[in-house]
Every structure is written in structure tokens, then in C-alpha cells.
Design a protein around this ligand. Structure first.
Ligand SMILES: [Zn+2]
Length: 129
């Protein structure tokens, strides 16, 4: 791959959770219509960042995990400010982290990015749009 990898820093609102990840330049976002994404209404990264490319800089003790049936995803949130910075997959830790683009410092307006809609409610595929 010739495309340059970018390094991104992210944080929750209060700053207890800080993280860094690297990957292809972020040029788009995804949102999902599942029962939790619908409620939190965050724009998430299209990519998952594998553990080798993702570093939790601070806040391991401030993160709380929430799961719901069928327990496929660890939904992490900050116990102080309630922001949801990323999630990962329960049964496939090597898949890595999908991050909340609103937490990424270099992205001033995630809503300015092209968004694809993921049908997490039914088909687990991107919807045509
Ligand atoms: Zn926080």
C-alpha cells in the first residue's frame, strides 16, 4: 500500500479517556441504525483499527463497558462524562476498535464527511444511499 498512514488522537469530553490510532486518512463516516446507535447518534469510523494500531493513552480505569444481547460488541463509555469513544468486538478482539469520529481531534466536523448507513438492525450490511 502506498497510501500514507495517518495518526489520530482522540478523547472523551472530560479528557479522562485519551487514545491514539493510525490508519488510512479518514474521508468518510458511518452511522448505524441498531438499537444503541440510534440512541447515541454518533458518527463512527468506517474502519476498525486493530489493537496494533490503537493505543489507550489514559483512562483504562475510567472506562465502563456496556453489553446487551447477543453481546457481540463491547460498548465503552467514560464513567465521568458519559461519552462513548469506541467499541470493539467481544469474540474477535483482533478486529480492533471502531471509533466515535466526534472524539477525534483532527476531525472538526464529522457531519461534513460523507456518511454511509449501516443496517445493524436487520441485515448487517451497508444500505444503498
Ligand atoms: Zn470523560
Amino acid at each position: 500500500m502506498t497510501e500514507q498512514a495517518e495518526t489520530y488522537d482522540g478523547s472523551c469530553h472530560c479528557g479522562a479517556i485519551r487514545f491514539r490510532f493510525k490508519g488510512k486518512p479518514i474521508t468518510g463516516a458511518m452511522r448505524c441504525n441498531c438499537s444503541i446507535c440510534r440512541r447515541k447518534n454518533a458518527l463512527m469510523s468506517r474502519a476498525y483499527y486493530p489493537p496494533a494500531d490503537f493505543e489507550l493513552l489514559s483512562g483504562a480505569d475510567d472506562l465502563v463497558v456496556y453489553r446487551f444481547e447477543p453481546n457481540m460488541v463491547n460498548h465503552y463509555f467514560c464513567q465521568h462524562c458519559g461519552i462513548y469513544p469506541f467499541h470493539d468486538a467481544v469474540e474477535d478482539p483482533e478486529l480492533g476498535y471502531r471509533v466515535n469520529l466526534g472524539c477525534v481531534e483532527a476531525i472538526e466536523d464529522p457531519h461534513a464527511l460523507p456518511v454511509r448507513v449501516f443496517d445493524g438492525r436487520d441485515t448487517w450490511k451497508y444500505l444503498a444511499c
